[in-house]
Ligand binder design. Structure first.
Ligand SMILES: *Cc1c(COP(=O)(O)O)cnc(C)c1O
Length: 348
C-alpha cells in the first residue's frame, strides 16, 4: 500500500474507533437531542477551558462561523499572510462575512504585538473597522510551526486592548500543545474563540469544533444551520471524535518524532533542502525544496507516487510531507529510502 504523506487528513478510522462509532447512542442534533454530539461538545469545551462548543463538519466551517460571529460586513481581519483563512478557505471571509483581511508578515508564520498595533486602524470614516485578529497554531504553511505561549499572549493582548476580538485557528492546536508542553486550554485562554480539528492528526474521519462563550456559540449554531451545516445523527461522527480525544492525543508525539526522522533522512539527499533545517521541525510537517536539476516539485511528486510514496507539491520546487497515525517508523524509513533512490538518479 502507498505510504501517504500528503496530509494528516488521510487517516482512516481504526477498528476501535469504528466500534465506538457503531456503539454510539444517536438522536437528531438539529432537533436538539443528539446525546453523543452533546457529550463531545461538553468534552471539548472543558478540554479547552471554554464555556461552550459546537460540532462542525469541517475546520473551515468552524473558522468561518467564528468570523461571521465576530464581524460585520466591511470589517477587517488581521492575520498572517500565510494563514489558512487566506489561502485555503475559498475566499469565504469575503463570501460569507463580507470581510477584508490585512495580512501581516513574519518568520515561522508569526508576528509581534507592534505589528498588530501598527495594523489596527483608527476610527477615521475612510477606514474599514479593524475587528478581529486570527492566530493559527500550529501554523500550517509556515511548516507546522508552534507559537510560544508568551509571544502569542502579547499579540492577543495588544489586539484586545485595541478592541479587537481574537480567534485561534487551532486546527492542530493539540500538536502544538504536545510539542510545546503547554496545555491546549492555556493556549486557548488567550483567544475569545478557538477552532480545533478532529480529522487531522487525531485521526477521526470527519469533524471539528468551535469553542467560546455560550452566547456566541448559540449564534454560531444558527449560522451553522444557515451555512448548511446542521447535521442529524451526527453522533456517529462525534463518537469517532470522542474516541480520538481519548486515545490519540498523547501519541501525536510519535508523529512529531517521525517527522524529525524523515527530515533527517531527507536532509542527507543531495539537492534537497529542509525548511527551516533538519533540526527545525516543530511538529508533524516536513517542508523541503529541491534543486531544479531534479525536476519540478510536481514532477518529483508524480515520480514518487509511482514508486509508492505520496507527498504534495507546494510551489514550483517546494514539497510537503506530513506524518500521521497511519504511518509508523518503518514506513517513514521506507519512504525516505524511496525518495533517496529517486532523487539521486537524474531526472528523466
Ligand atoms: C486543515 C485546516 C483547517 C480546516 O480545514 P478543513 O479541511 O476545512 O477541516 C483550518 N486551519 C488550518 C490551519 C488547517 O490546517
Amino acid at each position: 500500500m502507498d505510504i501517504d504523506l500528503r496530509s494528516d487528513t488521510v487517516t482512516r478510522p481504526t477498528a476501535a474507533m469504528r466500534q465506538a462509532m457503531m456503539a454510539a447512542p444517536l438522536g437528531d442534533d438539529v432537533l436538539g437531542d443528539e446525546p453523543t454530539v452533546q457529550a463531545l461538545e461538553l468534552k471539548v469545551a472543558a478540554l479547552l477551558g471554554k464555556e461552550a462548543a459546537l460540532f462542525t463538519p469541517s475546520g473551515t466551517m468552524a473558522n468561518q462561523l467564528a468570523i461571521r460571529c465576530h464581524t460585520e460586513h466591511g470589517d477587517e481581519i488581521i492575520a498572517h499572510a500565510e494563514s489558512h483563512i487566506i489561502h485555503y478557505e475559498t475566499g469565504s471571509p469575503a463570501a460569507l462575512s463580507g470581510c477584508m483581511i490585512r495580512p501581516l508578515t513574519g518568520a515561522r508564520g508569526q508576528f509581534d504585538a507592534d505589528s498588530v498595533r501598527a495594523a489596527v486602524r483608527g476610527s477615521d470614516i475612510h477606514s474599514p473597522r479593524s475587528r478581529l485578529l486570527v492566530l493559527e497554531n500550529t501554523q500550517n504553511r509556515a511548516g507546522g510551526t508552534v507559537w510560544p505561549l508568551d509571544a502569542a499572549q502579547r499579540v492577543a493582548t495588544a489586539a484586545q486592548e485595541l478592541g479587537l476580538a481574537v480567534h485561534l485557528d487551532g486546527a492542530r492546536l493539540f500538536n502544538a500543545s504536545i510539542a510545546a508542553g503547554y496545555s491546549a486550554a492555556s493556549f486557548a485562554s488567550i483567544a475569545d474563540t478557538v477552532s480545533v480539528c478532529f480529522s487531522k492528526g487525531l485521526g477521526a474521519p470527519v469533524g471539528s469544533a468551535l469553542c467560546g462563550p455560550a452566547p456566541l456559540i448559540a449564534r454560531a449554531r444558527r449560522f451553522r444551520k444557515m451555512f448548511g451545516g446542521g447535521m442529524r445523527q451526527s453522533g456517529l461522527l462525534a463518537a469517532a471524535c470522542i474516541h480520538a480525544l481519548d486515545h490519540h492525543l498523547e501519541r501525536l508525539a510519535e508523529d512529531h518524532a517521525n517527522a524529525r526522522r524523515l527530515a533527517a533522512l531527507l536532509h542527507g539527499i543531495p539537492g534537497t533542502h529542509l525548511e527551516p533545517g533538519p533540526d527545525g521541525i516543530d511538529t508533524n510537517m516536513v517542508f523541503f525544496t529541491i534543486d531544479p536539476s531534479l525536476g519540478t516539485a510536481a514532477e518529483v511528486c508524480t515520480r514518487m507516487a509511482a514508486a509508492g510514496v505520496r507527498m504534495i507539491p507546494m510551489g514550483a520546487n517546494r514539497i510537503r510531507a506530513v506524518t500521521h497515525l497511519d504511518v509508523d517508523r518503518a514506513a517513514i524509513e521506507q519512504a525516505a529510502a524511496i525518495a533517496r533512490s529517486l532523487l539521486t538518479r537524474r531526472a528523466p
